[in-house]
Ligand binder design. Structure first.
Ligand code: ADP
Ligand code: ZN
Length: 714
């Protein structure tokens, strides 16, 4: 079994990460022990590394069963970009291509082989000739009819354990449901698998629910301060996806529709465009997103209410896989509820579907922390309110709603519980329309007693009454409103009722709209993003496969200016350092130089981090001591000092370079005829002198040219 340091070194070298996420290490160790494992982690939790890392250290091949061709290709491309030997076999390939892969397998040139379950049976012959060290079954819930995504081809996978009884199996899924979990283990013949259940909390996703009126206006507003961020808008119908995409295009957004009715080629184009950041917004039915692994989706909007919480959570989970703050917005409308009710009615297991829809509705209508409700659905309890949902950010205040409730409930009674919400409100407000006159409701005692409250507010109040159990919607009788046992207490026993203050809620929504990230055209992050896009286009791979947004953010924050520093960024492994390091470092150096140019003296942009370093330096601490105190890399401290020196601070830089290096750079400068940038020097020294040293020498040569020369000659 590999030792801990070796495992960590592999994590850094191939994936660029310094530490594991929760559960990853435990799972990996269990694989090395030879155990079977079932991993339940939310989308974006980091499942892949749980088998990809062991694959690198185990002697034989890791066989990965994956249901979708697009997903497979994506994973393999990602692995290759990290310098890991991986390949996939599926029906879309040419025979020659497959033969080539078989040969590589036999020659032990492949560590991970991705296979669709349908293709497994063709591989018997070849698998008999190689050592299989690990079998990973991704999206394992597809094996269970209990899950929400059953795939018949998965059901034969149980034979793998019989065929390779000694090989550990790891099954992975994002479905938390207990019945499904046990079913997966049974069907895969791994009844004793260790189950690892990760927290489903995705703290970086903000949660927000808004009433579904004027949705398009709200969306355009929402998008205004996210001009560069990608996102998905989920809709219930194909028609809506198209209508919405068109409206957004008219507003100048790069938006496209995606649904199962669009022809295959066009769908592929949309998907690729989205992955490669050339399409910003995809308006999709739920068909979209399953097969993509894009880590920098920054927001997800639900134009319609989803039919259950599993689906909703999976869909919002496609945002922010890189761990950076991401937004989710759900529009809630009663028309959607009615529509979904009808779907459920027509479905096979109507009771289950209706119960699930009910939970979804409770979530959307909650007046307490939404994350608590979500997580409790997955069997997880959190003590504190989350602070990152709309309710937490703007908790409602309550008013005495007794009179409002009495007016509504007695109106419902007087119209003999024969009308849906809309007509009830019409009667309350004294509307003069056919719905009222046809049935002579204008003669009722309560006609017009609620004319002081707007139509929309009445709707909100009635929804609150429904949620509190004082009214019910009879979905099977054209959505007529019915009174309940509870409402009798209000009508006849004087029970008091609290209702959320709508003025508050309105204000809160406005406030949330205003909390937004400012436009960020000229930041280093944008520059790095542009570079990433350029490199991705050249290489023909998705941008996020070069570096994730999280990695770019770290570059922006730490500004690595040497290979060493660059390698310390989370997400930078050896292969990517070699492929892209120079260009990214150059962009960072150029950007930093640009920003400091106009203010030669003390730059106000210098920021606290430089000031802190400066004050420690002035206290007489060494670079090493400053680095330890500030928990920074020595090279970072060093680059701070150079920066401070450039800004005119009194820093004795000469002490940090030995004469030989200084002279070498001086010589190089002459021979190369004072080239621009650091790369020519780096190349000249065949990478033996690091960027920081070169930069330091050039600084000294430039500023103190004369003095240095005299010193050298002594
Ligand atoms: P899942 O398959 O569970 O949806 P992924 O395996 O695609 O999730 O991982 C989601 C993201 O998290 C990826 O961008 C991945 O590179 C990143 N990630 C995984 N493990 C770590 C880690 N230990 N440190 C930092 N990032 C990680
Ligand atoms: Zn909350």
């Amino acid at each position: 079994m590999p030792e801990q340091p070796q495992i960590l070194a592999t994590l850094k070298e191939y994936f660029g990460y310094d530490s594991f996420r929760p559960l990853q290490e435990e799972i990996i160790n269990s694989i090395f022990e030879g155990d079977d494992n079932l991993v339940i982690m939310p989308t974006g939790g980091g499942k892949s590394i749980c088998y990809q890392l062991p694959a690198l250290l185990l002697p034989g091949i890791t066989l990965v069963i994956s249901p979708l061709i697009a997903l497979m290709k994506d994973q393999v491309d990602g692995l290759l970009a990290n310098g890991v030997q991986a390949a996939f076999i599926n029906s879309s390939q040419h025979e020659n291509e497959q033969q080539e892969i078989y040969q590589k397998l036999i020659d032990k040139e492949i560590k991970l082989l991705y296979v669709a379950p349908e293709s497994l049976s063709f591989l018997d012959n070849i698998l008999a000739q190689v050592t299989i060290s690990l079998i990973a079954i991704d999206e394992a819930h597809c094996i269970s009819a209990w899950g929400h995504d059953f795939r018949p081809a998965y059901t034969q996978l149980g034979y793998l354990k019989n065929k390779f009884p000694e090989t550990p199996v790891i099954a992975l899924t994002a479905t938390a449901d207990k019945a499904t979990r046990q079913d997966i283990c049974n069907q895969l013949n791994i009844p004793d698998a260790t189950q690892h259940l990760a927290s489903f909390d995705r703290e970086n996703l903000s949660l927000e629910v808004r009433p579904g009126n004027k949705r398009i206006e709200q969306i355009i507003d929402f998008l205004k301060d996210k001009p560069n961020d990608n996102g998905i808008i989920y809709c219930l119908s194909r028609k809506t996806t198209q209508m919405l995409a068109e409206k957004l295009q008219n507003q100048g957004f790069k938006a496209e529709a995606y649904h199962a009715g669009i022809d295959h080629q066009k769908r592929t184009n949309v998907q690729e465009g989205f992955i490669n950041d050339t399409i910003q917004i995809v308006c999709a039915t739920i068909a979209f997103g399953m097969g993509i692994d894009k880590s920098n989706v920054r927001w997800v909007i639900h134009y319609n209410l989803p039919k259950n919480i599993e689906g909703y959570y999976q869909e919002i989970g496609r945002a922010g896989r890189d761990g950076l703050p991401s937004f989710t917005l759900l529009f809630h409308s009663y028309a959607d509820v009615v529509q979904l009710q009808k779907f459920a009615d027509m479905s096979g297991n109507k009771e289950v579907q209706l119960a699930k829809l009910d939970r979804m509705k409770q979530y959307a209508e909650s007046l307490s922390c939404r994350r608590k409700i979500l997580l409790s659905y997955f069997g997880e309890l959190i003590q504190e309110d989350c602070g990152n949902c709309d309710v937490c950010k703007n908790p409602p205040t309550f008013i005495d709603g007794t009179i409002i409730a009495q007016k509504a409930l007695s109106t419902v009674t007087r119209i003999k519980e024969q009308e849906p919400i809309g007509t009830v409100i019409d009667v309350l407000r004294g509307a003069q329309n056919a719905a009222v006159y046809d049935k002579e409701y204008q003669n009722l005692k309560t006609y017009g007693i609620g004319s002081d409250i707007s139509w929309r507010d009445w709707q909100q109040y009635i929804i609150q009454l429904i949620n509190q159990g004082y009214l019910e919607i009879a979905f099977h009788q054209n959505n007529k409103l019915k009174i309940t046992q509870l409402s009798k207490k209000v009508l006849f026993e004087g029970e008091k009722i609290s209702l959320a203050n709508l003025k508050d809620i309105e204000k809160a929504k406005e406030a949330i709209v205003q909390i937004s990230n400012k436009t960020k055209a000229n930041t280093l992050f944008e520059k790095l993003r542009e570079l990433r896009l350029e490199l991705a286009k050249e290489a023909g791979i998705p941008a996020y496969q070069i570096f994730s947004d999280a990695t770019l953010k770290e570059m922006e924050q730490h500004r690595p200016m040497s290979d060493d520093e660059f390698l310390q960024i989370s997400g930078v492994g050896r292969q990517k350092m070699q492929n892209y390091g120079y260009q990214f470092i150059k962009t960072i150096i150029d950007f930093s130089a640009e920003k400091t140019k106009p203010k030669k003296k003390k730059s106000s942009k210098k920021g606290n981090t430089h000031k802190e370093t400066l004050s420690l330096y002035k206290e007489g601490l060494s670079i090493e001591e400053i680095a330890t105190t500030r928990k920074l890399a020595q090279s970072t401290v060093f680059s701070h000092l150079m920066k401070l020196y450039q800004d005119g601070e009194n820093i004795d830089l000469a002490q940090f370079i030995n004469k030989a290096d200084l002279l070498a750079v001086k010589k190089a400068k002459e021979e190369l005829d004072s080239p621009e940038g650091l790369k020519p020097y780096f190349a000249y020294f065949e990478e033996a002198v690091d960027y920081n040293t070169i930069r330091l020498a050039l600084l000294l040569l430039e500023k103190d040219a004369l003095k240095m020369t005299t010193n050298d000659n002594q």
